[in-house]
Design a protein around this ligand. Sequence first.
Ligand code: IPM
Ligand code: MG
Length: 362
Amino acid sequence: MTKQHRITLLPGDGIGPEIIAVAVEVLEAIAQKHELKFSFTEALIGGAAIDATGEPLPEETLTACRHSDAVLLAAIGGYKWDNLPRHQRPETGLLGMRAGLGLFANLRPATILPQLINASSLKPEVVAGVDIMVVRELTGGIYFGQPRGVFTTETGEQRGVNTMAYSVSEIDRIAKVGFETAQKRSGKLCSVDKANVLDVSQLWRDRVTAMAENYRNVELSHLYVDNAVMQLVRAPKQFDTIVTGNLFGDILSDAAAMLTGSIGMLPSASLGEAGMPGVYEPVHGSAPDIAGQDQANPLAQVLSAAMMLRYSLNEPDAATEIETAVNRVLDQGYRTGDIMSPGMKAIGCKEMGQVLLAALSE
Ligand code: IPM
Ligand code: MG
């Protein structure tokens, strides 16, 4: 019997519609080969939703996501919406979706592909073999803590406030994802915090240390966030799995991404409690400067679709096949502008889709 998977597509803004179109073509091709059936529902988020409805995350979008098995998101944001009040910004839609679907665990792999080693700004011997998974807490910490806002003090001065807060249950559930991810990989987990300064980080470190008792086969270490970023660019191969809070994970995952040469190659998964759909999206943004010009690199989006097949739809063979096709087109020398190097064949977003389809049918 053909299995039916319900997928909500959120193309969003900028290059989003172009790259998600490629991912859908790839999914349709893989469906034919593996006798899968996808039903796609498209919904609005970000600036596109603001233009159409006045808000960045219409209720229908959240409802569509909740009724699907998985969500494939492209990217949100653009200059056009940067000066709107915060509740109408594209980013608020993204954060609302993370909260609304309870997506507390964000998995961001940074794997260096041998074909792209020269695209990295670091020396090849420093980055060759890098394979890191950043597990970022996504629905707590300073992104969501209360109180927040810009207040006027008694002296009439304005004062901006955000609060970094984690409760034990929030720390424990993300630490569990960190330990379990490490167990499935090389068994090394590094927890990143700022326990030398922040009380919230001391609690984080105490809990993660206590939980290590239940994961004796995982080698746990701790780093302060400033040192962690330095170590990432100094000697990235010392890392396997990193677990950290929302803000530190935002920063560390961009740094880890850049080790690989192009943020245009990296997928991510955001996962919640069992039964809730996962959201799969590229780590990169909406790149408004190249939107609509057929220049975008669709590979992170395509690899996000592969992650979706693996983590939410339980179709690991289909996922591997997509990843193999991506490797093949890189071996064949096809490159979008962001990963171009001398001697390679420069192509656009649509053509990258075509060569992927050809690689899938080989
Ligand atoms: C990310 C982005 C978002 C974040 C922004 C767009 C709200 O930088 O997914 O890393 O800060 O989480
Ligand atoms: Mg970020």
